[in-house]
Design a protein around this ligand. Structure first.
Ligand SMILES: [Zn+2]
Ligand SMILES: [Zn+2]
Length: 556
């Protein structure tokens, strides 16, 4: 059988891997690329495979970097089953609609701008209708249930402890009925032990081959134990000097975790409790509010502590000074009201959504604090602020960063280096080869070195489009057998800009051209001489050729 890699290989986002065996094609995740304009544009590229030929899509969890291109996959012809857990299905319904809404608004904004510049209209990556339609292919399953998809193929989803519904996927594949099946394990995104609400990541007994994420493959989360104390200190410090605490947070997962932790904190005596209880907390993300409702509906997969709280009548996802903001008007009002407050808003990497407004209103205020509680992908606004940039652009306006900026990595939903090593170390039968994905280059190479030296598992860091042949009985078989005829590379920002400026010049030369001609009679205007006409005509041909060459070069 073969495996090839089509996303989450250059960096973290866009998770998408393809298994091919017998006459089947199975996709693991179909995520969206997130980060810079370049990554965003990669989403519009053709898939490296034919969507209508994919039989099954196994989905690890609901985060957009894992499921965000599913509506597009369906739009381009996929008709197979999408298998995931029930909470993932519930959460995808709202996540994909929200993502479609973002794509629609972005296209609308581009078109409004483009119309004034005479540009062609652009289409959104997919619409809310597409997002709604793709849900009919979802076939939710239970955790722990062995699903016999076919005689030669079974799967099982086990709790990954990363977000509600997140799964580690075990797959058994038989290419020869006389032989034992080959077992492949895909970690999805791995969570952290002892996290609120969620179960711990499941340990796996054995695998022939495994694919593991390495978001924090070379880091240790420092403040896991003290994260709440640190957050409370920041809250008190900030509100005492009259500022706001702004927390960019993933709408699904991290937001509910912070609500849970605050609720728990308020339940115990603390010298500043009265003061804390008076500070209003606003969840300003319609998606987060909806997700919180879905969490409540899926309490069967909560960890024991949370279930006990629920049984005792304490709703862990609610406390007195918690407010869910719905309308955009209410959201704006938060910035007009001068009371110090905590604002938790999405998107978590500050690329879209209401968080951008709150950053615009708080980044320049030395009394406010911005607190990061999750991974910030390269080139995102969140990453730039976290890395200490002093001037950032939001909605075209330059904003001075004067607020305090904190990064509480202890809230991360991803296992750190030790967590990943512990999970791998628990295999009783170690995988013959480990594919490392979903990480920045350093994180993957450092982690590979660590795994090879401490666990003696051979590691491979696959590249985009590479295919590996996996066999049952040989020990050293995973070699690149060929590169897929190299997929078109994404257009570089400089090339795109150059093309845009050439197109603008073409438009203005065309206007000269039309002015020179008497259009009704198809002859030159008297005021234009033939030489002038030829010069304009040649310039037009030259420009059109330049656009064509650049476009071919960019592989479009
Ligand atoms: Zn995730
Ligand atoms: Zn991920």
């Amino acid at each position: 059988m073969r495996i090839s890699f089509h996303g989450a290989v250059e960096a973290v986002t866009g998770s998408c891997h393809l298994l091919e065996f017998n006459d089947k094609k199975v996709l693991l995740d179909c995520g969206q690329f997130q980060g810079s304009n370049r990554e965003e544009r990669m989403n519009f590229d053709e898939f490296d495979f034919v969507p209508s030929e994919i039989d099954y899509l196994l989905l690890s969890h609901c985060h957009i970097d894992h499921c965000g291109r599913i509506p597009l996959l369906v739009k381009r012809g996929f008709k197979g089953d999408i298998i995931c857990t029930k909470p993932t299905y519930d959460l995808c319904k709202i996540m994909l609609l929200d993502s479609a809404h973002i794509h629609e608004s972005e296209a609308e904004w581009e078109n409004r701008k483009g119309k004034r510049a005479g540009k062609k209209t652009v289409e959104p990556l997919y619409t809310q209708e597409d997002a709604d339609y793709c849900m009919k292919y979802f076939k939710p399953k239970l955790y722990g249930q062995v699903v016999d998809i076919d005689d030669d193929f079974s799967v099982r989803f086990l709790d990954a402890g990363h977000v509600l519904g997140s799964a580690i996927i075990e797959m058994w594949i038989s290419e020869d009925i006389n032989e034992e099946a080959l077992k492949i394990v895909f970690s999805g995104d791995l969570g952290i032990e002892n996290k609120p609400i969620l179960n711990d990541p499941t340990y796996i007994e054995d695998a022939d081959y495994a694919i593991i994420e390495a978001t924090y493959g070379n880091r240790l989360h420092e403040n896991t134990e003290s994260r709440m104390d640190e957050l409370i200190d920041i809250i008190l410090k900030t509100t005492r000097r009259g500022g706001n605490v702004v927390i960019p947070s993933f709408a699904v997962g991290r937001t509910q975790e912070i609500i849970y932790e605050l609720n728990k904190y308020y339940d115990f005596p603390h010298k500043d409790l009265d003061e804390l209880m008076k500070i209003p907390v606003y969840i300003d993300s319609p998606l987060a509010s909806k997700a919180t409702e879905i969490f409540k509906l899926n309490s069967q997969v909560f960890d024991e502590e949370t279930r006990e709280l629920l049984i005792s009548g304490n709703n862990p996802l609610y406390f007195e000074n918690l407010n869910f903001v719905q309308s955009a008007l209410e959201s704006k009002a938060l910035n007009e009201d001068k009371t110090s407050k905590i604002i938790i808003s999405a998107s978590g990497m500050c690329e879209a959504g209401r968080i951008k407004h709150h950053l615009k209103h708080n980044l320049w205020r030395p009394e406010s604090s911005i607190v990061f509680v999750g991974y910030q992908a390269q080139n995102t606004l969140g990453r730039r602020i976290r890395d200490g940039e002093k001037l950032v652009k939001i909605f075209g306006e330059e904003i001075n960063v004067s607020s305090e900026v904190y990064d509480l990595e202890g809230f991360s939903g991803h296992a750190d280096r030790n967590g990943l090593l512990k999970w791998l170390g628990a295999f009783k039968k170690k995988p013959k080869k480990l594919f490392i994905v979903h990480g920045e280059e350093d994180a993957k190479t450092d982690f590979a070195k660590e795994v090879e030296s401490s666990l003696s598992i051979e590691c491979i860091i696959p590249r985009d489009g590479e295919i590996y042949e996996l066999e049952r009985n040989k020990l050293s078989v995973s070699e690149i057998i060929k590169n897929i005829s190299s997929p078109p590379r994404a257009m570089q920002p400089a090339e795109a800009e150059k093309i845009e400026s050439l197109l603008r010049e073409i438009d203005s030369v065309k206007e000269l051209f039309n002015n020179a001609l008497n259009l009704t009679e198809g002859v030159l205007n008297e005021s234009v001489n033939v030489e002038e006409y030829n010069r304009i005509n040649n310039r037009l041909i030259e420009l059109e050729n330049a656009v064509m060459n650049l476009t071919i070069l960019a592989g479009k």
